[in-house]
Write a protein that binds this ligand. Structure first.
Ligand code: SAM
Length: 297
């Protein structure tokens, strides 16, 4: 069955939805973002209003179903990426569901940094790379494009997340470049000790006591498995510091995304572990120390 709305109907709905959004301190851009996902109307046409004269605009579901989803945004604080089932990340539009964290723009910087780093350190382009805690698969897909010669492993303890990551890889023709493995951190990679060129992880790093105070969109809808980093937020990171040296090749790279304020603690953990060198703190675009990098001695 095909569904459509008239340009006039859409214009009236858009105007009202934007007004309600503003009244609830939600960005009205969210309304336009959803309309661009649900219809073939582009940003320019929305801005100029040129879509209003169209008699039939195709939509994926009945208008009442789509409007209900928007109401969920307003009444239940559901992030629009979950309503749309999609999230843009770098050049990808990734499938997402409440089983996976919505991939964040700051995480994109990991791939930018690696692209620069491989130019000065060509050794990085070969061998095995791993994305531990892959979620939607965003980082693993980025790694596959950044290192076309490398073999990529993507691990998650959530089977639902792995299914989504796999779908995302397949939809970009990267299904046979990435091996998806179920288990906790390095466990499914026991056969790869001493063979990993680079380990990337955006692990859960928020202290348990802070989770309830996050934005409702996050606390009420994103998977706590992706957020909760234990009492001090560092449980997973500490584990990755301790275990990675057994898996990395000499000169292999360790890169983890962290929360604001954690950088000195993570640098100290790496220093004390004794098998890392070249520890660096990298900032995000807001100037926050967001990533820690080190190399296996
Ligand atoms: C912060 S999310 C990151 C998701 C994705 N890499 C990204 O950057 O958008 C953390 C991910 O780690 C996974 N995770 C949590 N505990 C894990 C464990 N013990 N072993 C493997 N993955 C785990 C979660 O399921 C979640 O997908």
């Amino acid at each position: 069955m095909s569904f459509w709305v008239s340009g006039q109907q859409l214009a009236v709905w858009r105007k009202q939805a934007r007004q309600v959004a503003i009244a609830q301190e939600i960005s009205p851009d969210e309304v336009d973002w959803l309309l661009q996902i649900w219809t073939d109307v582009d940003k320019l046409s929305l801005r100029l209003g040129s879509f209003e004269s169209r008699s039939q605009i195709p939509i994926p579901q009945s208008w009442s179903v789509l409007n209900e989803r928007w109401q969920t945004r307003l009444t239940e604080n559901c992030p629009i990426q979950y309503l749309a089932g999609l999230s843009p990340w770098r050049d990808f539009v990734l499938k997402v569901s409440p089983a996976v964290l919505i991939p964040r723009p700051e995480t994109e910087l990991i791939i930018d940094w690696l692209s620069q780093e491989k130019a000065i350190n060509p050794q990085l382009s070969q061998g095995n790379w791993v994305d531990l805690g892959t979620g939607s698969g965003a980082i693993a897909l980025g790694l596959a494009l950044c290192f076309p010669e490398a073999r990529i492993f993507a691990v998650d303890t959530s089977l639902d997340a792995l299914a989504i990551a796999q779908e995302n890889a397949q939809s970009y023709g990267l299904g046979d470049r990435i091996e998806f493995l179920h288990g906790s951190w390095w466990t499914p990679l026991a056969h790869c000790q001493g063979q990993i060129q680079g380990m990337i992880s955006n692990p859960p790093y928020i202290p348990s006591s802070m989770i309830a105070g996050l934005q409702p969109e996050v606390t009420q809808h994103e998977p706590h498995l992706a957020l909760d980093g234990g009492e001090d937020g560092l449980v997973a990171i500490r584990h990755l510091v301790e275990t990675a040296p057994d898996y990395l090749v000499a000169g292999g790279l360790w890169l983890v995304e962290i929360m604001a304020g954690q950088a000195p603690w993570v640098a100290e953990l790496l220093e004390n572990q004794g098998q890392y060198q070249g520890i660096q703190l990298l900032k995000d675009l807001a100037g926050i120390e967001r990533f820690v990098v080190a190399y296996r001695i």
